[in-house]
Design a protein around this ligand. Sequence first.
Ligand code: GSH
Length: 226
Amino acid sequence: MNTNLTLISHRLCPFVQRAVIALEEKGVAYTRRDIDLANKPDWFLAVSPLGKTPVLLVGDEPLFESAVICEYLEETTEDALHPADPLRRAQHRGWIEYSSALLNAIAAYYSAPDEAALQAAASDLDQRLARLEQALGDGPYFAGAAFSLVDAAFGPVFRYFSVFERLGVYAIPPEFARIRAWAQALAARESVAAAVASDYAEQLVRFLEERKSELARRITAAALAA
Ligand SMILES: N[C@@H](CCC(=O)N[C@@H](CS)C(=O)NCC(=O)O)C(=O)O
């Protein structure tokens, strides 16, 4: 690709990470520009109709919505990350949508205002993961040996769970062995690791502690007791 690509990003945003992973997998040159979503610059608002990251600037043409950005990269670059078969490709798009719903469920979990809401959000996560477990084959990736855009979408999902597990607040249930193995394979993939800074876990914990949520109270109490 000859056009300059700039990915307008936020350091923790899971949707940004999808686009970074696709760019890295395809070996496409790009510049990443992180912004502060709590203090959005005017130049960002001018190119982001929903005021959300990611936005990919293709030259000076803005593209918004992570799934759309990934589809554009797929159509314009080498190294396909979608299956060639139209039915399989459509199914992959469905599972990418599923990962977006899972990200919303994760946000509901870390924003839950009280104990009852936190427990309800955790069991909602369990149910969503149970359905996902049924969709998986032998791995290591979603569709077997080939890394796909579904993997790019779930890498950022599992990153939350790995931090939650380290904090002792939530983990992928052990009976979902296929998901646990898949999450490990994704964490070990170079493109997935490269999508965040090395201090991601500390930054995420700080972000979680700043919520006025039950999870924030738990993390803070555990840190005080340690
Ligand atoms: N559907 C969008 C979701 C993007 C999104 O929600 N981004 C968040 C950050 S992870 C955002 O920019 N939120 C706006 C804000 O925090 O003000 C996509 O897939 O790109």
